[in-house]
Design a protein around this ligand. Structure first.
Ligand code: MN
Length: 498
């Protein structure tokens, strides 16, 4: 249910002007085609890079950028000024551009050819000043863009471009996306709520509510055969608790759980939804809180967050798109409880049921246990530990009334070495950077949510770029965070985003 990134296009647009004559312009075209070819062969760039003819006039620029706006598979553009492209020519096009932009500040040749260099060479290889002229205009127009600097054949440069194309894909996925809410937010909870009209205006996705009864009727329409087939899949994929096996005391509950999963998935597929949220306070007609159902749908690529938290559901979805095909996963998470021992302060992340098995280090076990809240039948869930010893991060999206804030904390995933025989949910253990005390203080000062998306394969830079495309604030807590500076940043941003 995740879109195939290789079907998405980034248009490579080279700027120039007629002043240089046809011979130089032919070389410009040839060089830009070589760069696009190299990007096409790079395993670091997951999308198609599509070469476009050199733009040399105000009209050519406008027409190319408008075409990018309208091309459904085009998720962004890369611009490069091999020669000089007087930037007033870009005003009309850039003002109309609606897709994310990466400005590649590169040069066709890596080294200066000291002994052979003449004025023809100087005429052609002008990015050092041509890209500055272009950069001025983008800044003058107050347009967001990513700037990547370095020789195009370098792995570092291709990696940075590739990571940005993932960000553009996440943004593209949000445009027109639909998220379903079953029920409202958990009663009285603040941080998970927000302005859905403003979110749709800013982010491009819509959030609407469906009565739980609409879902119940789909769940009840699922046939025995489908339930049987899905249970076979469970049995092949997980270590099953004895009571859930055929003839076991809780076999009926497993059938109910499977029917809920099939019904939920059918509802989401039929409605073309990319994610959803539910709330345990409004599940009339659903026999047990969806546990394994939600877990498996998240692993398939649906965005989800509990208790009506539609912002986190949408964030999880976008981050899943960005991380697609990489090692590790992106998953709905909640800071659950602390280990405050000064020798190794750390955070145990979990949820009451809905932890995404993309994080599982081992084969999950499929279990059934009572749930203290919700007043429903015992829910079936997958229990597992997460991977340790990797660089990870958590990100949260909050609505501050006058603006949205994306808060990012770098984390280090820890191996879970202790047994937790009485804890019947999946768990994740990490140490936030720079340390738990500073990170949690900064997180609280920034009004960070308890719900996050936990990522094993995205970078802080990617999420900052994502916030940049959305035009919202991003705040980072990492190894360099100092509380005094962090407070100042919050205060200054408060003015900037007013
Ligand atoms: Mn929660």
């Amino acid at each position: 249910m995740l879109t195939d990134l290789s079907t998405k296009e980034i248009w490579f647009i080279t700027g120039s002007q007629h002043l240089y004559g046809p011979e130089t312009l032919a070389q410009v075209a040839e060089h830009s085609q070589k760069i696009v070819e190299a990007f096409g062969q790079s395993s670091l760039i997951p999308v198609k890079i599509v070469w476009k003819p050199t733009v040399k006039t105000t009209d050519e620029i406008y027409e190319t950028l408008m075409a990018a706006n309208h091309a459904p598979d085009c998720i962004g553009i890369i611009t490069w000024m091999h020669t000089f492209s007087p930037a007033k020519m870009w005003i009309r096009g850039l003002s109309a551009l609606q897709k994310p932009m990466l400005h590649l500040h590169t040069q066709f040749n890596q080294d200066i050819p000291w002994s052979t260099m003449d004025m023809d060479f100087m005429n052609l290889n002008q990015a050092a000043h041509g890209d500055r002229e272009f950069g001025f205009m983008v800044s003058r127009l107050r347009k967001n863009r990513k700037v990547v600097v370095g020789h195009w054949a370098e792995e570092r440069v291709q990696k940075q471009i590739g990571e940005w194309t993932r960000v553009a894909a996440g943004w593209d996925d949000w445009q027109g996306a639909k998220f379903a809410r079953f029920g409202d937010n958990m009663r009285y909870v603040a941080v998970t709520d927000g302005d859905k009209v403003e979110a749709e205006t800013k982010f491009g996705f819509s959030v609407n509510t469906w009565g739980i009864g609409d879902l119940v009727s789909v769940v009840n329409s699922i046939g025995e055969g489908e339930v049987k087939t899905l249970i076979e899949e469970y049995e092949a994929s997980y270590n099953m608790a004895a009571s859930l096996l055929a003839g076991g005391a809780n076999r009926k509950s497993l059938e109910t759980a499977a029917r809920i999963e099939l019904g939920l998935e059918k509802f989401l597929v039929d409605g073309n939804f990319k994610g959803f949220s539910d709330t345990f306070e409004d599940l009339h007609g659903i026999e047990q809180l969806p546990g394994i159902a939600v877990q498996r749908l998240m692993a398939k690529g649906y965005g989800f967050a509990g208790e009506g938290d539609w912002k986190t559901a949408a964030l999880v979805r976008a981050m899943k798109i960005m991380g697609q095909g990489l090692e590790g996963g992106n998953a709905f998470m909640e800071d659950y409880t602390y280990h405050l021992n000064p020798s190794n302060p750390s955070i145990l992340g979990s949820h009451m049921l809905e932890v995404d098995p993309v994080l599982a280090v081992n084969k999950p076990s499929c279990e059934i246990h009572p749930l203290g809240i919700g007043g429903k039948a015992d829910p079936v869930r997958l229990v597992f530990n997460s991977r340790g010893n990797i660089d990870s991060l958590v990100a949260a999206l909050m609505d501050f009334g006058n603006h949205f804030r994306l808060l990012i904390n770098k984390t280090k995933a820890l191996d879970i070495t202790e047994e937790m025989p009485n804890l019947p949910v999946a768990r994740v253990l990490w140490k936030p950077l720079p340390d738990l005390y500073t990170a949690a203080e900064a997180w609280i000062l920034a009004g960070g949510a308890h719900h996050t998306c936990y990522s094993e394969n995205l970078s802080v830079e990617q999420l900052e770029d994502f916030a940049g495309i959305a035009g919202i604030e991003s705040l980072v807590i990492d190894e360099d965070t100092k509380i005094r500076d962090f407070k100042n940043t919050i205060n200054w941003n408060e003015i900037y985003y007013r």
